[in-house]
Design a protein around this ligand. Structure first.
Ligand code: PGA
Length: 252
């Protein structure tokens, strides 16, 4: 098996005005430059800050991503942001299908797939989020839910260079609760197997599958040590450089 370099990604969600965003980005860039970091580091500010954050971290080795994009590249879509626009500002990645988008904006697997196709066409790496709700877990449906999300959310042309998967149990996001290590291992193994089936063994072997949902300095080392966990998608703990960096260090 090939060693996969971990990816630690910060999802700032709808947080940060110019001054906070630039200060946080500067602090992360400083840490990476002092490196060598044990992981690839990605920060995903709100769309309003992608430009400034990308300029702030330019040349530091920190990658910048959007949190969503539209499925077409331009046109009459008031309020939306196209993948090419993110790319134009210096983003290299975009988060797609986050559960907050699936819940608050009615995004389906088909929506996510169309957005991923547009993002790939614009040259962005997609971080596709999936995960079960608490009701689905309680009903014993976790594996079948994530398998169908995986199958239905990824466009043709998906490979390990243009796509990262983030397993985020909906009930673990922002709640302080996490699945047991065995539960995380089970889902990540199932996703790796899905990847082999859908994308082929060689792609599956290189595909990074992140865990997200209440990852913080106190549990990161344990979560990141689980087989088939190739990094983390961090919400709340990505807003403080010390917490975020402790998680980066925990991937060592
Ligand atoms: P959290 O969010 O770390 O605050 O739980 C993770 C996410 O939603 O990506």
């Amino acid at each position: 098996m090939m060693a996969r370099r971990p990816l630690i990604a910060g999802n700032w969600k709808m947080n940060g005005l110019k001054a906070d965003g630039v200060a946080l980005a500067e602090a992360v860039a400083r840490k990476v430059k002092a490196g060598p970091a044990p992981a690839d580091v990605l920060i995903c500010p709100p769309a309003t800050l992608v430009d400034r954050v990308a300029q702030t971290v330019a040349g530091s080795g920190v990658a910048v991503g959007g949190q969503d994009c539209h499925a077409v590249q331009s046109g009459a879509h008031t309020g939306d942001v196209a993948a090419a626009m993110l790319k134009d500002l210096g983003a290299s990645h975009v988060i797609l299908g986050h559960s907050e988008r699936r819940t608050n904006h009615g995004e389906t697997n088909a929506t996510v797939r169309a957005k991923a196709e547009a993002a790939h066409a614009a040259g962005l790496v997609v971080v596709v989020c999936l995960g079960e709700t608490e009701a689905e877990r309680d009903a014993g449906r976790t594996i079948s839910v994530v398998e169908s999300q995986f199958k239905e959310s990824l466009p043709s042309g998906t490979n390990a260079d243009n796509t990262v998967i983030a397993y985020e149990p909906v009930w673990a996001i922002g709640t302080g609760r996490t699945p047991t290590n065995a539960e995380v291992a089970e889902v990540h193994a199932a996703l790796r197997a899905s990847a082999a089936k859908v994308l082929g063994a060689a792609v599956a072997d290189r595909l990074r599958i992140l865990y997200g949902g209440s990852m913080k300095p106190s549990n990161a080392r344990e979560l990141l040590a689980i087989k088939d966990v190739d990094g983390g998608l961090i919400g709340g703990a990505s807003l403080k450089v010390d917490d975020f960096w402790a998680i980066v260090e925990a991937s060592r």
